[in-house]
Design a protein around this ligand. Structure first.
Ligand code: BG6
Length: 508
């Protein structure tokens, strides 16, 4: 047989790393927490991995009255603190030569003219080739203004094959109506194909692994349905409080902050049918089918729970109650924990409950999807010999200990036929030598390359709000919030909700 030959120059050769084209990235909100902690280190790590074109340029836009040197110091400090791949002077010097700073308010047309001059200068001197992406790491209330000013200055206009893209951060609205309004504003300025909505969970390796597990293997998919699955639990637990984010968090709460986006995306990936290919369009079609088939139980009281963390001790540290956090009004009704039960009305998932929970100041930081299988219809061992055997569970550990666990029953060594639960583990850290890139590295690179599969479409955003809106409206009517001790697994009502169904939350 002839040996297959591979043309290494072939741009279609998927073994070559994808590298950004010559381009500029403009970050609005460069002084914010997200830019400092995540975006700047991610850009640097991409550069350090050789994934940014040498002509790449980064421009910060903010109110501060910074000199170029001040900006450089700020960026360098953020990178030194946050880099995953280690600080390297050569990478830094390459990146530094493409740094620009534009000082101005979001409203100031003059500042946008300076930005347009900067973009033109980068095309001339750095070779960014007219390709520019605008990252709005700012509150959504400022999207309309910034979009309008970008359009007035013509920064959204491209020539020929150049690109002009916008990258936006959640929250995409606070309900269905506001999400639609936001989208209208952005779509007046950018084409849908040029809008990249970040849900950073989709950039996580383990989240993409849900699709790999399901659709690159044969052994899971035959069991992945109502015939074998008893229920699914999706947990996103954090041990931190709201920290310095009171301004953002109050009035938003756990459901809007992470269930509307991260958890419903996890649910869609777990439940969807096989996409015809790995493209945004094909994934979107399948995710949308799931999101539109989600049904809320009639009794929302019995099938949802919410709470706020109380004061107490967590991990040996005394912590304040949510209502005592700086910037939170003492009568705030914002939830820091939320749990809901959902059904998916499809043949595959008929009557299988999906339980979602998310909260701050819980027992530990862990995100996982647990597919809990039905008990065997019959077990041929005498009950007395069956000491402890539960249900088979497949746990996809999204973080922090990325991997997968399969729980099943096995014989206990000895003369009796005793069966006990054991686990089989796959850990990313053990199986692969390379560290997983940060979600933002993957997503920023994808946006610069123009690859859309990992970005939710506006329709998915709207469907997610459609699911959440009735729950939020219900909670608004029901008033008082339950308190839960820090370090616990949420309010009693969350446990009652499971107990009523004869089930219990997993202890991750
Ligand atoms: C963000 C939420 O989307 O995700 C935060 O706004 C949350 O409240 C964060 O803390 C958690 O992200 P990760 O990647 O640490 O799980």
């Amino acid at each position: 047989m002839p040996t297959p030959t591979v043309n290494l120059r072939d741009p279609q050769d998927r073994r070559l790393p994808r590298i950004s084209p010559p381009c500029g990235l403009v970050i609005f909100g460069i002084t914010g927490d997200l830019a400092r902690k995540k975006l700047l280190p991610a850009v640097y790590d991409l550069a350090n991995r050789g994934l940014l074109n040498p002509a790449f340029a980064l421009t910060g836009f903010a109110r501060r009255d910074w000199s170029p040197a001040d900006f450089e110091n700020y960026v360098r400090e953020a990178i030194e603190k946050g880099t995953r791949t280690g600080f390297d002077e050569r990478t830094w010097n390459q990146l530094r030569s493409g740094l620009r700073f534009v000082s101005g308010t979001f409203n100031d047309p003059e500042a946008y003219r300076r930005l347009a001059d900067t973009v033109a200068e980068l095309d001339d001197t750095r070779g960014t080739g007219g390709n520019h992406a605008f990252y709005l790491s700012i509150p959504p209330s400022s999207f309309p203004l910034v979009s309008q000013r970008l359009a007035e200055t013509g920064l959204n206009q491209r020539k020929g094959k150049e690109f002009r893209r916008v990258i936006i951060e959640k929250p995409f609205g606070h309900d269905l109506a506001s999400a639609r309004l936001l989208s209208d504003v952005v779509s007046q300025v950018f084409d849908e194909k040029d809008v990249f909505r970040i849900d950073h969970y989709l950039g996580k390796e383990t989240v993409q692994n849900i699709l790999a597990i399901r659709f690159a293997n044969t052994m899971f998919e035959p069991l992945w349905n109502a015939n074998y699955v008893d229920h699914v639990q999706i947990t996103m637990a954090e041990d931190i409080g709201i920290g310095t984010r009171a301004g953002y968090y109050d009035g938003i709460g756990a459901a809007r902050d992470v269930i509307q986006n991260h958890l419903l995306q996890l649910l869609a990936l777990t439940a969807m049918e096989e996409p015809v290919r790995f493209t945004q369009e094909a994934l979107r079609v399948e995710k949308e089918k799931i999101l539109s088939a989600v049904r809320l139980p009639e009794d929302l009281d019995a099938s949802s729970a919410r709470g706020q963390y109380a004061a107490g001790w967590q991990g040996g540290t005394q912590v304040a109650a949510f209502l005592e956090e700086e910037g939170i009004p003492a009568d705030s009704t914002t939830e820091t924990f939320a749990a809901v039960k959902l059904f998916i009305d499809s043949r595959r998932w008929a009557h299988v409950p999906f339980y979602l929970r998310a909260g701050k100041r819980l027992g530990k930081r862990v995100t996982e999807i647990a597919v809990v299988f039905k008990r065997a219809a019959h077990v041929p061992f005498e009950n007395s010999e069956l000491t402890e055997s539960g249900q088979n569970v497949l746990v996809i550990r999204v973080q922090p200990d990325e991997g997968m666990t399969l729980k099943f029953g096995a014989k206990v060594p000895g003369t009796e036929m005793q069966v006990r639960d054991v686990t089989m583990d796959f850990g990313y850290g053990h199986a692969f030598t390379e560290d997983s890139p940060e979600a933002y590295e993957r997503l920023i690179l994808d946006a610069l390359v123009g690859s859309a599969p990992l970005f939710p479409h506006q329709r998915e955003v709207e469907l997610s709000w459609q699911i959440l809106d009735p729950i939020l409206a219900h909670w608004e009517r029901t008033g008082a919030l339950e308190q839960y001790p820090p370090g616990s697994w949420g309010p009693a009502s969350a446990h009652d909700m499971m107990a009523r169904d004869g089930r219990a939350w997993r202890l991750p």
